[in-house]
Design a protein around this ligand. Sequence first.
Ligand SMILES: [Zn+2]
Length: 382
Amino acid sequence: MRPHLRWSRARRELVAQLLAIGVRDTVNHRASTALGQENLKNSNKTIRIGGEEIPPGQRATVNLPVADLYTSTQLSMPVHVINGRSAGPTVFLTAAVHGDELNGVEIIKRFLRLSALKRLKGCLLAVPVVNVFGFINRSRYLPDRRDLNRAFPGREQGSIAARLAHIVATELVENADYGIDLHTGAIDRTNLPQIRGNLSDPEVLRLAKEFGAPVIINANMRDGSLRQYAAENDVPMLLYESGEALRFDELSIRAGIRGVGRVLRALDMLPQRRAKRPPIEPVQATRTTWVRAPSSGIVRTECRLGQRVNTGQLLATISDPFGEIENEVPASTSGIVVGRSTSPLSHEGDALFHLAEVEDDKEARATVDEFQNVHAVEENWG
Ligand SMILES: [Zn+2]
């Protein structure tokens, strides 16, 4: 049995016992029970992470040692812990699991400055840079050329990727009730703001809708991913994808900050807004398809991110440098453009457009337009 399962089951049993005591007490000791339940409901617990203790009502940054470098310096992964005075869930919030995906780093940086966090219930474990090696090298990967998001659950004595995965698994996932992991597209690929998750889990679906991205995609689990490890540990997790590697995208950042806030409010960890704006009803996609370049050449894009396209619609043309030979790139299916290549150069077979297949095209168009209005940013995804 995994430690977290043991822990959460133990906690559930404790709550059940306390509630049972509470029920008995309402018969026998009405006054003392009210006080006991109030205490149980309101006081938060001390968080233990990296061998340090953060009591309720405190914020602290804990450096989790990752590895010794060959420069005789130690590399660590800083975790910012905000432990609220009042009880509530523990949520991990991570970015740069792929070291070159930067929007999430900015999302967490700005989110941590919000004054509403003074009234946080429960605990937030925020890690703006998980893959500290990749971040330094502006690389998606680790020095052992592994992808951290394929290395879970990792091993304490394994490769660098395995060690880092082990730290995230034991210090974050196993300490948390929920998780949000922030990503972007790869180099030369940009994504429409979207939530990916296991939508067959009702709690993941509820929070995915609350996040407020225009599209949510039921994504298959990938072996060794953080998301798979979280699911195995009974920790509902959202993956937010938006923008492009090594670039900041203001709309993606703003939508991410709002989305994280909305999810924490949905978990009752932050105070509700007085005039709560209903979340945009996102479009749900169950299947996505990549449209690939039919030939090598220079790409002229004829569609934009978020656009609804029909089967056969022209997405781009690819030509030789003289413009003498031109090949059309048609949509292989109807759907919304949720990702695209940003490079004007392509080899035959390169992935150019990522299409999410949706049922109702009118609804899809309305959602994406509304999203752009809400975030009041000029369309800058190109
Ligand atoms: Zn990523």
